[in-house]
Design a protein around this ligand. Structure first.
Ligand code: HEM
Length: 153
């Protein structure tokens, strides 16, 4: 009589490895898809710049930007689409982002970096980005924002 070893028994709720995952609910391939594509990225960028205009706590960050900020909105929107793994709209228009070089005309220290991060964190929360995705994005934004510092303090 053959011995029935436990690993040969298919447990009722163990997925059969020979069956591919359900096609109707694939995991989003990129953060761009996970956040909700172009519409969600635009909403995030619009909220980010609206908050910059509205919140006194972001005054120094706001003052670095031109008036009106329509051009800034478009550029960050185009950039983030590609940065999140979607269409490379910024690169199509302007070539390599050279982000650090493009920020050199602006005096960016810890205060400006922290205001940028706080403003983006608030915009992520207020536009309803899934908290787990928001946490991942904040970590990446924090690296990029810190890299943009060109002043000691
Ligand atoms: C660390 C704090 C930061 C400050 C104070 C800052 C400030 C600015 C300012 C003043 C501009 C010029 C806006 C204009 O020309 O209309 C700008 C442009 C831009 N910023 Fe930032 N920024 C920061 C961080 C970031 C980060 C983290 C990103 C990306 C994740 C980013 C992406 C961009 C892009 C794509 C542009 C347009 C560049 C161009 O084509 O001229 N910035 N930023």
């Amino acid at each position: 009589m053959p011995v029935l070893r436990p690993e040969w028994v298919t447990m009722p709720d163990s997925p059969d490895p020979s069956v591919p995952p359900a096609a109707e609910d694939p995991a989003p391939a990129t953060p761009y898809e996970a956040i909700g594509g172009e519409t969600a990225v635009r909403a995030l960028v619009d909220r980010f710049y609206d908050l910059m205009d509205l919140e006194p706590g972001y005054r120094e960050l706001r003052d670095l930007h031109p008036t009106p900020m329509e051009g800034s909105r478009d550029k960050l929107f185009w950039f983030l689409c590609g940065w999140l793994g979607g269409p490379d709209r910024y690169v199509e228009r302007f070539g390599h982002p050279r982000l650090r070089a493009r920020h050199l005309p602006y005096s960016i220290g810890v205060r400006e970096r922290d205001q940028w991060m706080a403003c983006m964190t608030q915009a992520l929360a207020e536009t309803g980005v899934d908290p787990a995705l928001a946490t991942r994005l904040q970590a990446s934004f924090a690296n990029t924002a810190d890299w943009m510092r060109n002043r000691g303090a």
